[in-house]
Design a protein around this ligand. Structure first.
Ligand code: ZN
Ligand code: ZN
Length: 234
């Protein structure tokens, strides 16, 4: 099965590791498929204004540089490690209320999607681009000082039809509600620092090729999650 991580931040947003070093970390650890998913933050909220000011967000004006750099590194990753690297973003709508906050991964994205748009518009644009749509950390998380992102879960009757998969596990957390509702699932590290390599991951039983990977996640057959520790003692 393919060892995959579909939720990774770099220094293009608030990750502490730059893109090249991130690729080397995952390549050397033996991964088959990863998605780079830096934050695109809603610029209209106070949280978003701060994130943009400090460079913790990919913006419309540096989006094509971001995408080109990922494509360049993807070629190096494939040649050096046999690692397939997919371009993505994490649409980040954060507010002081957890009921109003939601984060969504768009994987295999081609053009800029703004976090200021409403979810319907974001989802329709992502579908047009044939991007994978993943609802991230959709329920109560154990992380301190972090506002939960409950909007999509609380409004799932309306939005579930757009969502290809939900994160059933994110770094150290497991969200059992996804299992109880039998929604399609994946798991990811929400990688921001090197130690986050050791966290929940997805395993897929399919070809190492973008079309097969999307199909495997959307049909959610041959999908498993694993807690990747690779012999590192805790
Ligand atoms: Zn997030
Ligand atoms: Zn994230």
């Amino acid at each position: 099965m393919l060892l995959c991580d579909f939720h990774i931040h770099t220094s293009y947003s608030d990750g502490s590791v730059d893109l090249r070093r991130t690729i080397d970390l995952f390549g050397q650890a033996g991964f088959d498929v990863i998605a780079i998913t830096d934050h695109v933050v809603n610029e209209e909220t106070p949280h978003g204004k701060i994130a943009n000011r400090f460079g913790f967000s990919v913006r419309e004006d540096n989006f094509s540089a971001y995408l080109n750099h990922i494509r360049e590194e993807a070629k190096r990753a494939w040649d050096k490690y046999g690692l397939l690297v997919l371009p993505g973003v994490e649409i980040t709508k954060s507010s002081l209320s957890s009921d109003q906050s939601a984060h969504v991964l768009l994987i295999d994205i081609k053009t800029f999607v703004s976090a200021t748009w409403d979810f319907e518009k974001i989802f329709l644009e992502a579908k047009k681009q044939d991007a994978l749509i993943i609802a991230c950390h959709p329920h109560h998380s154990s992380q301190l000082m972090v506002i939960d992102t409950l909007f999509l879960w609380n409004n799932r009757e309306k939005y579930a039809r757009y969502i290809d998969a939900w994160e059933i596990a994110n770094r150290d957390d497991v969200f059992n509600v996804i299992s109880l509702k039998r929604y399609p699932y994946i798991a990811g590290s929400d990688f921001h620092r090197a130690r986050h390599l050791y966290s929940w991951k997805t395993m897929l039983n399919c070809e190492k090729e973008i079309g097969a990977i999307k199909q495997c996640i959307r049909y959610n057959r041959g999908v498993a999650i694993t807690l990747f520790r690779n012999g590192v003692p805790f």
